[in-house]
Ligand binder design. Structure first.
Ligand code: ZN
Length: 247
């Protein structure tokens, strides 16, 4: 079984199209989507429509999906995120808003190997920023490979009997992580639509359960086009600028 793993699309249509085009020749059987379809970007309806057509095999909500669909208030969002999510809420069709509002919360068990969550398995909105967060998330996970999003940083942690470390220290992409049966893994495939790890390219992942490995990829997309769309819709300029920086 091969799973395409995508997260944090954030209404960036250009990035999403580039990821789907890059993933297609790699061949996959199922799609796992880790939340935050909308928020920040200029095409929330187009993304909802495409994801609904795609029918992911596992799909959970992110914090922006909750606020953008009115499930939660934007309390806790900074001024820029709040501005964008209000615009998102006003722009979504009623049908898409209701569909987003009904998305399930993570964590979700996919199979014997994989569990998915937006933030962490113990709290869908919590961030994995440091080693302590990663260890806590790994201990809460009920499957050896826990896939998460939310931070927009493409990273993999592993935990063996006597060691805890990074499975993704190398900057080269694509990068394949071999999944040792004795270890646990916590992997973020990166953000499709708003990377924040200094690499502006869109991120995604592919798990091969037969080969017992996960590969993470980065793919170029037309950033100026996504930026122009953000400005065209009157969204905060900083949201366009950050796409070029990957921050
Ligand atoms: Zn996000």
């Amino acid at each position: 079984m091969r799973y395409l793993v995508i997260s944090d699309i954030h209404a960036n249509l250009e990035a999403f199209e580039a990821v789907m085009a890059a993933a297609q020749p790699l061949k996959y059987d199922k799609v796992l989507l880790l939340g935050d379809l909308v928020g920040y970007g200029a095409d929330p309806n187009a993304i909802c429509d495409l994801v609904r057509q795609m029918k992911p095999d596992a799909l959970i909500r992110g914090n922006h999906d909750k606020v953008g669909s009115g499930v939660e208030s934007p309390e806790g969002f900074n001024a820029v995120a709040r501005n964008a999510i209000k615009w998102t809420c006003d722009t979504l069709t009623r049908d898409n808003r209701e569909w987003l509002a009904a998305l399930p919360a993570g964590p979700l068990i996919v199979d014997d190997l994989i569990e998915i969550c937006h933030g962490t398995p113990f709290d869908e909105d919590a961030y994995v920023f440091d080693d302590l967060d990663a260890l806590r998330a790994m201990h809460a996970a009920r499957r050896p490979l826990c896939l998460f999003g939310h931070t927009h940083v493409q990273v993999g942690h592993y935990l063996s009997r006597d060691q805890f470390g990074l499975a993704t220290a190398d900057d080269e992409r694509p990068l394949t992580i071999t999944l040792d049966d004795a270890n646990r893994y916590l992997v973020n495939p990166g953000s499709v639509g708003q990377p924040r790890d200094g690499d502006p390219r869109a991120g995604f992942g592919m798990v091969d359960t037969a080969r017992r490995d996960m590969t993470i990829y980065r793919v170029e997309y037309p950033i100026p086009k996504a930026q122009a769309r953000i400005l065209e819709e009157g969204l905060p300029e900083v949201l366009a600028q950050r796409l070029a920086l990957g921050r």
